[in-house]
Design a protein around this ligand. Structure first.
Ligand code: SF4
Length: 328
C-alpha cells in the first residue's frame, strides 16, 4: 500500500477545502469499497479525507418525499419505517446486498460510487481500461460470465455492482451535492452515470471534489407497490447475475404507470424505458410482462460466457412484475 495522508473533517466546507485541487484525494465514508481497493493497490489516493463526522446522517420526510443523508448506513435506511412502507423496493434492494456487517458500515453516498467487481479490474496483473486507461480489456476475451450485456463498449464490459442504485433508478431519485466553488447541484440519477464510451474510467458526472450530500425520493404514491428481485449464484453475500426493480400503478387491471430498472446486466443502473412504455396502458398480465421483458433486452449484446443473462433477465422481469401485480 502506498503512503497517504489522513484528515478528519467535521463539516462540508472543510471537506471540500481538503480535496480542492487534488485529483488523488478521496473521501472516506464507510470504506467498504475504498479500503478494499487500497489494499489491492487499485486505488492509490495521496490524501484520504474522513467525512464520517459530517451531519449527513438523517432521513427526513418532506412535503416532496424523502431526503436521505449521504452518510445514512445501508442498514438504517433499509429498516427505516418510511422507506419500508413507501419505497419497499429500496429496502429490499439494500437487504439483498452484501452482509449484515457490511450493510452496517456502507453508506448511501459510497454505494452510489461503488466500483465494479470485475475481477480483472481488481487484479493489477491484467490490462484494464477502467483501472489504467489504454491498457486494454482483459474481460472481453477472458472469462466474462458476470459481465454486462447492456451499455457495453469495445473498451469495457463491466457491470455496475450496486443493488441499491437499481432501486434508486426505478424511484426517480435525485442526487444532491455540494461543489468546491460553494454551490450545489441536484442531479437526476438518470443523468448521474455516464456511458463508458472511450473512457470507462469516467463513471459519473461528478466534478473533481464534488461531495454527495443526500438523495431525494419523490412522493409518488404507487412506489409503495414496488419490489426488488435479485437472482444470484448463492443466497447471501453475492452480487446479482440479474436483478429487477419494479413499481406499478394499476387501476382496474390496467397499468397506468410503470418503473423498471435492471441490475447485474448493465454498465450502470439500467432504467428500462422501452419496457415501461410497453407496459403503460396494457392489462397487468403475463403477456404484457413478457413483451416488456423483450423490449428491455432488445439491445442486449452477449459476450462469450454470459448469453444466459438475457433469458434470465427476461424471466426475472416477468416474475418481479407478477409479484407487484399481486400486491395491487
Ligand atoms: Fe477493466 Fe472494464 Fe475490461 Fe473489466 S470489463 S477488465 S473493468 S475494462
Amino acid at each position: 500500500m502506498e503512503e497517504f495522508s489522513y484528515a478528519r473533517v467535521g463539516d462540508a466546507p472543510a471537506a471540500l477545502k481538503e480535496v480542492h485541487g487534488d485529483s488523488r484525494a478521496r473521501y472516506l465514508a464507510g470504506g467498504t469499497t475504498l479500503i478494499d481497493l487500497m489494499k489491492l493497490n487499485v486505488e492509490t489516493p495521496r490524501r484520504v479525507v474522513d467525512i464520517n463526522h459530517l451531519p449527513l446522517t438523517k432521513i427526513e420526510v418532506t412535503d416532496g418525499g424523502v431526503r436521505i443523508g449521504a452518510l445514512v448506513r445501508n442498514s438504517d435506511m433499509a429498516y427505516h419505517k418510511t422507506i419500508r412502507t413507501r419505497y419497499p423496493v429500496l429496502s429490499e434492494a439494500l437487504l439483498s446486498g452484501a452482509t449484515a456487517q457490511i450493510r452496517n458500515m456502507a453508506t448511501l453516498g459510497g454505494n452510489l460510487l461503488q466500483r465494479t467487481r470485475c475481477s480483472y479490474f481488481r487484479d493489477l496483473a491484467w490490462g484494464c481500461n477502467k483501472r489504467q486507461p489504454g491498457s486494454g480489456c482483459a474481460a472481453i476475451d477472458g472469462y466474462n460470465r458476470s459481465h454486462a450485456v447492456l451499455g457495453t463498449s469495445d473498451k469495457c464490459i463491466a457491470t455496475h455492482p450496486s443493488d441499491m442504485c437499481v432501486a434508486l433508478a426505478a424511484l426517480d431519485a435525485v442526487i444532491a451535492t455540494q461543489t468546491t466553488d460553494g454551490g450545489g447541484r441536484r442531479i437526476p440519477i438518470g443523468e448521474f452515470y455516464v456511458p463508458y464510451g472511450d473512457d470507462p474510467a469516467k463513471e459519473n458526472t461528478l466534478q473533481p471534489g464534488e461531495l454527495i450530500t443526500a438523495v431525494e425520493l419523490p412522493n409518488t404514491a404507487f412506489f409503495a407497490k414496488s419490489h426488488y428481485l435479485k437472482v444470484r449464484d448463492r443466497a447471501s453475500f453475492e452480487f446479482a447475475l440479474v436483478s429487477a426493480a419494479v413499481a406499478l400503478d394499476i387501476q382496474g387491471g390496467t397499468i397506468r404507470a410503470a418503473r423498471l430498472a435492471l441490475g447485474g446486466v448493465a454498465t450502470k443502473p439500467w432504467r428500462a424505458t422501452d419496457a415501461e412504455k410497453a407496459l403503460v396502458g396494457a392489462k397487468a398480465e403475463e403477456t404484457a410482462f413478457a413483451q416488456a421483458a423483450q423490449a428491455a433486452l432488445q439491445s442486449a449484446k452477449p459476450q462469450k460466457f454470459n448469453a444466459f443473462k438475457i433469458e434470465l433477465a427476461k424471466r426475472c422481469i416477468v416474475r418481479a412484475l407478477s409479484t407487484v401485480t399481486a400486491m395491487a
